[in-house]
Design a protein around this ligand. Sequence first.
Ligand code: NAD
Length: 350
Amino acid sequence: MQQFVWNAAPGRVVFGAGSLGGLAEEVARIGARRAVVLVTPTQARRGAAILASLGDRCAGVIATAAMHTPVEVTEAALAELRAMEGDCLVAMGGGSAIGLGKALALRTDLPQIAVPTTYAGSEMTMLLGQTERGEKHTVRSAKVLPEVVVYDVDLTLSMPPALTATSGLNAMAHAVEALYAVDANPVTSLMAEESLRLLARALPRCVAGDAAARSDALQGAFLAGVCLGAVSIALHHKICHVLGGSFGLPHAETHSVMLPHATGFNAPAAPDAMARVAQAIGAADAAQGLWDLASRIGAPMSLAALGLHESDLDRAAAIAVASPYPNPRPLTQAGIRALLGDAFAGRPPS
Ligand code: NAD
């Protein structure tokens, strides 16, 4: 008999094409009068457009969000936010912009509206990864969960094929790990399977320029984000965390490279989850199917291609096993080093 605990996170989700048009209403609904818009530097123009659309309910734009949420960027943004007397955070962008919103919410408890433009899924979680002095630490707090998430499919149309592929695989990684998580439950498993089904079919079409597939991809990413927020992460996310936080590798690309390898590593210890992954993505084998999908959509296939040095692998394996966490297959430094060796060289998952 299965035993489980399901904690539903509070929050309002508005999904659709053109739903950004309702942002001013969402800000008013929260009762905010001085929203501050957060974006990455490359999305500054979109930030300015939101500023204009919110009119006198918007106090300004902070366009300094950066990957892995460096604490010094947050501290500088906090000073700007205070100077603007902001009373609500509108984070628009990928996980970097949303990460800055969460880091500011943690420090101020201001309400957040997240407007995701990638498939990273951070908007649905109570997790915040912050980088300080070369190490990334995760905080879990209800304070960082956005009160409102506005998914506008139109905002994802500008994602180039490379970002579409890697961000989509980042989302799929949340769903794969949810299926074998120590605290997996029937609700997240249903969402994870549907997420994998939607993303596996939509991503090749999105990468080929088919705008009609974007809605399914974003819906899959939303479900994957809920999974990430609801269950414990395991080997795959921990390794990506180490590679991003301690070696500066880019987030979504690292997830793309590692996903087939982490899946292959855990396969012998989680046969039921693997069968569900394989079925959802329409493959005979979960790890090989994910590898084939990544290759088909043009994702990077090796850690070497992301700029990691072979001499970093031993240290990465050591950091990855330094603090224990639940994982279907027992973790050893040698096992992780072998897995990293395959991923570094771009060999198929073993
Ligand atoms: P990102 O937010 O850094 O975006 C990558 C680049 O793409 C940026 O230059 C951004 O401006 C640009 N971009 C974003 N949306 C675009 C669009 N629609 N069209 C064109 N360009 C676009 O990358 P990401 O992978 O979305 O997020 C990575 C960050 O999110 C990492 O810091 C990671 O740790 C964090 N994250 C956190 C969680 C969590 O639950 N805490 C979950 C997932 C990711």
